[in-house]
Design a protein around this ligand. Structure first.
Ligand SMILES: [Zn+2]
Length: 118
């Protein structure tokens, strides 16, 4: 899925006001479980195979505390996590996002039960 996050660093500056991520969502409890997945291969939006239409690929696990991506930001950048971009209401935002942030198995199961809800 594509996630767009507003960026307030230097309005009109190097970030252009927002960042876009291409996110892979899996019911994983650690970032290490994403090893070998495409979402870990496009730090800063590119690698030797090419470029993706986003600032970076990103991994979202089964809670807002399992996330990882690397992108340029301001005059630096580096490893980012969801908490850096949501502030104190991270759990509220995660719940509001609903199944958009939860693994959606190809069977059509909407992911109910993955987070222990319902
Ligand atoms: Zn930025």
């Amino acid at each position: 899925m594509n996630v767009c996050a507003a960026c307030g660093a230097e309005p009109g500056g190097v970030c252009g006001g927002y960042h876009e991520l291409l996110v892979e969502v899996k019911p994983f409890t650690t970032i290490e479980q994403f090893s070998g997945h495409p979402c870990m291969d496009y730090s800063y939006g590119s690698n030797a195979r090419g470029r993706i239409p986003a600032d970076a690929s990103a991994a979202f696990g089964n809670t807002p505390r399992v996330s990882h991506w690397e992108m340029g930001h301001g005059h630096g950048g580096g490893v980012e996590i969801i908490e850096n971009w949501t502030g104190a209401d991270i759990d509220v935002a995660w719940e509001r996002a609903g199944n958009a942030t939860r693994w959606n198995p190809p069977t059509g199961d909407a992911g109910v039960g993955v987070t222990g809800r319902e």
